[in-house]
Ligand binder design. Structure first.
Ligand code: NAD
Ligand code: UFG
Length: 357
């Protein structure tokens, strides 16, 4: 950090969650001053405590809901924010099919409330957590940001709806700078083993399921489909280490800072507008390849069986990461082995996640 670095203050909604907690550390290391706002609906205070211990400073934390206009206004009145990183949202695809209103209310109405309060306090810089799910089943690979968007479940639709809202907002008023980061498949944990992904129930996603099989909490993995036209018949995804993803957020904020600095601003009316950017590694890994690497780095057998395809799954999905590289100067550094090693470290140090028993 250079000596004349100006510490900008950032509101991190959903900062107690999996990606948010890792990003808080990266932001702190990059010199940003942060306030975390989270209703703890899918996270715990222990995550915040551990982040505080890791950074050697008590994180400023507000327990609150993004749909609570009054509380948000209090927080914005108290702090002078440069911008917001908006992680807060519900993310379980299956649950969203059963409870669509909850998902639209939380993810879409919640974001509208946040944007209204930001507007009122003239905070117009936002980094939004979008997802590769907005691409649905892609026509071509790797997926570029200009690819068509379509998705079939309420969770994905809620991300898409927010993207459309952000686009309209940017058109309506060019003082908004709205970056939509489309994450591919975030996995892994902080190298310390102190923070990581802590699913509430039986995991839906591959990596946490594999690590719970490895530790003996779950008996065996079902691989959903071995008849896809992929390298070995199993699904292919672009797994990205959560630490790399966290750095992607720092790069996005740095970019926002640069682009909104007075010299650049004076040359162009709308330096950013609505800007979608993929955060992926650009490489696809199959389910079987991931299991094999996990088994190698952990020394644990991962028993599995083949099962039928999971409804809504696609064969292959991986990013073009050129835009992130060219615009943000960011690219993923860590390998699949690093992702498996750090997941295993977190899982074996915290067999019950943040619940200490
Ligand atoms: P997470 O559930 O661990 O974190 C989300 C956080 O938001 C939680 O701490 C939760 O308590 C909080 N939250 C939810 N609703 C809230 C509300 N109304 N008000 C305040 N706080 C609220 O999930 P994550 O994996 O860290 O994901 C972060 C974001 O990234 C989400 O928006 C998610 O949709 C998106 N995303 C995640 C993935 C993934 O695979 N993990 C992939 C693509 C996009
Ligand atoms: N898989 C299994 N068995 C399991 C779990 C997953 O075989 O028990 C397979 C899936 O069929 C898929 C691959 O592992 O082929 C990855 O599945 P995940 O559930 O880990 O991830 P998805 O790609 O299905 O979805 C994830 C997030 C979504 C997000 C999407 C973005 O869960 O929220 O990435 O691409 F929208």
């Amino acid at each position: 950090m250079s000596e004349n670095f100006m510490k900008n203050k950032i509101l991190v909604t959903g900062g107690a969650g999996y990606i948010g907690s890792h990003t808080c550390i990266a932001l702190h290391e990059a010199g940003y001053d942060i306030v975390v706002y989270d209703n703890l609906s899918n996270s715990s205070r222990e995550a915040i405590n551990r982040v505080s211990t890791l950074i050697g400073e008590t994180i400023e934390f507000v327990e609150g809901d993004i749909r609570d206009n009054e509380l948000l206004r209090e927080v914005f009145a108290l702090h002078e924010f440069f911008g917001v990183i908006h992680f807060a949202g519900l993310k379980a695809v299956g649950e969203s099919v059963v409870k669509p209103l909850l998902y639209y209310n939380n993810n879409v109405s919640g974001t509208i409330t946040l944007l209204e309060v930001m507007s009122e306090y003239n905070v117009k810089n936002l980094v939004f957590s979008s997802s590769a799910t907005v691409y649905g089943d892609p026509d071509t690979l790797p997926i570029e940001e200009s690819s068509k968007r379509s998705c079939a479940n309420p969770y994905g639709q809620s991300k898409l709806a927010v993207e459309y809202i952000l686009e309209d907002l940017a058109v309506s008023d060019d003082s908004w700078n709205l970056i939509s980061l489309r994450y591919f498949n975030p996995v892994g944990a902080h190298a310390s083993g102190q923070i990581g992904e802590d699913p509430n129930d039986i995991p839906n996603n591959l990596m946490p399921y594999v690590s719970q099989v490895a530790i003996g909490k779950l008996e065996k993995l079902s691989i959903f489909g071995n008849d896809y036209s992929t390298i070995d018949g199993t699904g292919v995804r672009d797994f990205i280490h959560v630490t790399d993803l966290a750095q992607g957020h720092v790069a996005a904020l740095d970019y926002l800072e640069q682009q909104t600095s007075s010299e650049i601003y004076s040359n162009t009316a709308s330096p950013i507008g609505f800007l979608p950017i993929n955060l992926g590694t650009g490489k696809g890994t199959s389910v079987l390849e991931l299991i094999s690497t996990f088994s190698d780095v952990s020394g644990q057998a991962i028993p599995y069986q083949f099962a039928s395809r999971r409804a809504g799954d696609i064969a292959s999905c991986y990013a073009s990461s050129e835009k992130a590289k060219n615009l943000l100067g960011w690219q993923a550094e860590l390998s699949i082995a690093d992702m498996c090693k750090d997941t295993w470290h977190w899982q074996s140090m915290n067999p019950n996640g943040y619940t200490m028993s």
